[in-house]
Design a protein around this ligand. Sequence first.
Ligand SMILES: [Zn+2]
Length: 214
Amino acid sequence: MGDTAGRRGLRAAMEAESREWLVRCPACGFERSVAEMGGTRYKALGTKKRFLRCPHCRGFGWHTIYRSGTGVRLAPLRPSRPLWWHIGALVGVLLLFFVLLGGGFFFILSRASAGPRDTTTAYFAAVGAGDWASAHDSLSAARREQVTPANLAALWETQESAHGPVAGFDTTSFSVKNGRARISGKLRYRDETTESRVVQLVREGGVWKIASAP
Ligand SMILES: [Zn+2]
C-alpha cells in the first residue's frame, strides 16, 4: 500500500516538474511547458535544444527547453527562418563534411602512393633523358644484377625507335601492401602514342625500387 502511495507521489512530482520545464520559441519567445506538450521532464539539468515548429508564429527553429526560476540566461529573439533555410543549412554542412572527408582520403591515398609513384616517374624520366645510370639505380637489387645500364639503353632504344623518346608516365591506379606496390598507368612517347604499363615495386632500405621488367 505504501508502495502505491509512493508511486503516486512520484508521478505528481514528475508532473509538477514537467510544468516547470518550458519550451521557448527562438523567434517570437512563445513558451509552453513540457507538460502542456504532453511530455515529461524530471530530474534533468541544464538546457536542451529541440528543432520544433512554433504553434504561435509557425516558424521552425531550435527551441530552448529550460527550467523556469533557475535564472537561465535566454538568447535574444531572432527572426524565424523558413523550413527550407534549415534544410539548406543542413545539406550545406553535410556537403562540407563529405568534401573534407573525401579530401582527407585523397590526401592519405596520395601520400601512400607518393613513394612508389615518385620512383616510377623518376625512372621513366631518366629513360626519356637517356640517363641510363639513374634509370638503373631505380631498379631493385635483384633487377640490377640481371641488367646493366648498357642493357637498359639497348632495350629502350628498340622501344623508342618507333615512337621517339619516352615523354612521361601517368598513374591511373595503384596499390600498396606489405612493402610491395603495383602501379598501373600510361607511358607516353614523344609522338603522343601511349602504352599501358604495370610496374611492380619493392621497398629496399626504405626506398621504393622497380622490381618488374624494366
Ligand atoms: Zn514562435
